[in-house]
Design a protein around this ligand. Structure first.
Ligand code: ADP
Ligand code: MG
Length: 440
């Protein structure tokens, strides 16, 4: 099966530039249906959309050549094929003229159209619009700060997504400060700092998320300072986000602080009631779901919190109603507002375990086995945490499930993750993604 798909890929490879091939095709997989039609598995919805919108004729043509007849093709997103970000992080091929845009790390789901504007974020929104109208010229850098879940990443990505629609042939880089740092360190280790610089300094828009994590990273700060200066001199637009203003970031070089403050700084606050209600409505609409006004109001009133948590609660309510096949009434919603979220949304223990193993790509025997290697310990502790928090399974029972471990080991593991969740964004992200796999 795969052999023939490889032939298809070979044909395609000869027709498009190699960076594009690597971005859009390298991680595709094929399945054949009994009726002879094909399913192409791809790592993300973004890739799927691009393949359909841009490359479908080429794909159809190549499949016809290999399979000898016109074959119906469907696309299926399978995030396990590869981490989304990894997939789009390919090196620039500067030797070839780029006719297509090169985009690193942008997620098309974040747009200006689906960003709800209210009192808490209208300044940031206006600044984003100004940057889009005059990239590099109006405010450079644009520095957006605010607490977690208020929409910083969304707005920053929306700038990238809007600009790429407006102008063809753009090179846009979105990444977290950690990614920038890892790339830099890797560049040093592999003696490829030249490639690293070529990549980050040859773009038209640089979006760096959560720069507070540059704190204490001296050599990365130094490198970023030079990257920043070079781009700034060329009037390349830079957008940065942080959970706090530059002067409150500890262990950040003064010269970087002053660079960060040199453009426009805007903050995003927690949404007020009206904005919360509008966000809930927008999220319903996005999911094609309808919730009665009194239900939405109830949530907005009782959750004076950020957009991420609002969205999380909404999804929880929608999913549970679907599972239980019940109507969503105000009373139904009320039960969610009283109880801590984790107790309501029950995932089976098997599902938790299979989600963890597939997310980390490890075997069950490795997860429950004795090895204390780092790559097994984290998934194991996450499993303990999820089994405890999401499935309400007692420690001793979790010990049994995980290969006969003592209940104190489980207690320790659960506690470890519980502490980590409070401050470690990576752990927060992993938990969200694992849960996503578990409930889909
Ligand atoms: P931050 O980067 O500030 O932590 P995000 O940008 O990741 O927050 O936002 C968290 C979630 O809330 C995302 O799903 C995002 O789409 C949504 N969100 C945040 N603000 C808004 C908004 N104003 N309108 C619509 N959705 C929003
Ligand atoms: Mg963010």
């Amino acid at each position: 099966m795969d052999k023939q798909w490889h032939k298809v890929l070979d044909i395609i490879k000869n027709q498009i530039s190699s960076p594009n091939f690597r971005i859009w095709f390298a991680k595709t997989k094929i399945e054949q249906r009994t009726n002879g039609s094909l399913i192409v598995e791809v790592p993300s919805a973004f890739i799927k959309n691009t393949l359909i919108n841009r490359y479908l004729p080429i794909i159809e043509d190549a499949t016809k050549q290999v399979y000898g007849k016109k074959t119906a093709i469907d696309f299926k997103v399978n995030p396990r094929l590869i981490g989304y970000e990894e997939e789009v992080m390919v090196e620039f091929d500067l030797s070839q003229p780029q006719l297509d845009p090169v985009v690193y790390g942008l997620n098309p789901k974040y747009t200006l159209q689906n960003f709800v504007v209210g009192l808490s974020n209208n300044l940031a929104y206006a600044a984003a619009q100004a940057v889009i109208a005059n990239p590099g010229l109006s405010y450079n850098p644009l520095f957006i700060y605010g607490g977690t879940g208020v929409g910083k990443t969304h707005l920053m990505q929306a700038i990238g997504n809007t600009l790429i629609k407006k102008t063809s042939n753009l090179k846009i880089i979105y990444c977290s400060s950690e990614k920038f740092m890892n790339d830099f360190v890797e560049g040093i280790q592999n003696k490829r700092t030249g490639d690293f610089r070529a990549k980050y300094r040859a773009c038209h828009l640089l979006l760096i998320d959560d720069v507070q994590f540059f704190s204490g990273r001296d050599s990365t700060q130094e490198e970023f300072f030079h990257t920043f200066n070079e781009l700034h001199t060329k009037n390349t637009q830079i957008v940065l986000t942080s959970d706090r203003p530059p002067n409150e970031i500890q262990k950040l070089e003064e010269r970087l602080k002053s660079r960060f403050q040199g453009g426009l700084m805007v903050d995003i606050q927690l949404p007020d009631f009206d904005t919360r209600l509008a966000i809930l409505k927008a999220k319903c609409l996005e999911r094609g779901q309808h919730l009665a006004e009194d239900c939405l109001t109830l949530i907005a009133e009782n959750m004076p919190t950020n957009a991420r948590e609002l969205e999380g609660k909404l999804i929880q309510i929608l999913q549970t109603a679907k599972l239980q096949n019940t109507q969503i009434t105000a009373d139904f919603v009320r039960t969610f507002l009283k109880t801590p979220p984790t107790l309501i949304f029950k995932i089976g223990s098997k599902k938790v375990i299979s989600s963890v193993t597939s997310y980390f790509d490890i075997k069950l025997s490795e997860l429950i086995g004795p090895s204390r290697k780092k790559e097994y310990v984290l998934p194991r502790q996450l499993t303990m945490y999820l089994l405890y928090e999401e499935c309400s399974i007692p420690y001793a029972k979790i010990g049994d499930i995980l290969g006969g471990r003592d209940h104190t080991t489980i207690l320790h593991g659960v506690d470890k993750i519980r502490q980590a969740v409070k401050r470690d964004r990576e752990i927060q992200r992993i938990l969200i993604e694992v849960k996503q796999i578990a409930i889909t």
